[in-house]
Design a protein around this ligand. Structure first.
Ligand SMILES: [Cu+2]
Length: 151
């Protein structure tokens, strides 16, 4: 009679503990199969698939230092091509104020005008209609550029 509890304990150790080990190993393999192992290996589980972009293209155009007095200077680059949905970002890097003022836009597109831009000012415009846009600086006749929107 005294040995009955002891035999029950042996039964638990021999059968139940291996079952728990099998369950733990199985859970580990299952998580690895779901990609959790990437946390251990350092790979970024949350990276966007290649080719996915969250914003449109941004192209920078400068009004370079001296363009307000030197008539051989102009917007840089003077001609820009970008895909529909892209944005051009103009920055005045010249002590003289300038503008970015459209003179010709494609049918259905909005004209744009930065108004007065002092040194350090930034003007952005997002192009949603394809075609060619011409623009000038309203203050300096030699300053003119173009944006071509594709797609
Ligand atoms: Cu100007």
């Amino acid at each position: 009679m005294e040995s009955a509890p002891s035999k029950k304990k042996d039964y638990l150790q021999i059968l139940v503990i291996p079952i728990l080990i099998v369950l733990a190993v199985g859970a580990g393999i299952g998580l690895a199969g779901l990609g959790i192992y990437q946390v251990v290996t350092g790979s970024n589980v949350f990276a966007l698939p290649s080719g996915t972009t969250s914003t449109g293209q941004i192209v920078s155009v400068s009004m370079p230092n001296g363009v307000g007095t030197n008539q051989t200077l102009n917007f840089v680059p003077v001609n820009v091509t970008l895909a529909k949905g892209g944005t051009v970002k103009w920055t005045n890097n010249d002590p003289t104020p300038h503008t970015v003022t459209s003179t010709s836009v494609p049918s259905g597109a909005q004209s744009f005008d930065s108004k007065n831009m002092v040194q350090g000012s930034i003007f952005t415009y997002t192009f949603t209609v394809g075609g060619t846009y011409q623009y000038i600086c309203a203050y300096h006749a030699w300053m003119h550029g173009a944006v071509t929107v594709t797609g």
